[in-house]
Design a protein around this ligand. Sequence first.
Ligand code: HEM
Length: 119
Amino acid sequence: METLRLILLILHILGFSALIGGLLAQAGPGDKKVTGVMRDGVGTAFLAGLLLVGVLEGGDDPVNHGKVAVKLLIGLVLLVLVMANMRKEKIPNGLWAGLLGLAILEVCIAVLWSPVHSS
Ligand code: HEM
């Protein structure tokens, strides 16, 4: 189970790295858009995150459901916003900044809020 958790955590990290990298690559002046890399990234991060919760629920340690719920909600908002704007030629700067802010908020929640599984 630990090997599966680690593989999912690697996929999870690669996923949101693609999302955040795709956003940061467009920082500065110029039109912003939702790229395929960002779509695949948020999809991978979301799916791997859900599967990670499943693996942790199957484990012995209690799972921090409050943290999971907050991450799930923000992850869902990110997923819907990215998918809903996938076909647009360009997106408003405000949406670009909002996506980046939410993704960074998820990283902060993941790292600063007590571990998701308290052994
Ligand atoms: C773009 C959105 C997301 C970002 C940036 C993100 C970020 C992170 C980071 C940085 C970690 C590693 C934290 C650590 O090991 O201390 C992590 C772990 C985790 N994330 Fe996410 N996450 C996102 C979405 C989600 C979603 C939607 C879920 C599902 C509810 C989720 C569930 C988890 C779980 C369960 C772990 C713990 C894995 C473990 O330690 O076994 N994440 N996330």
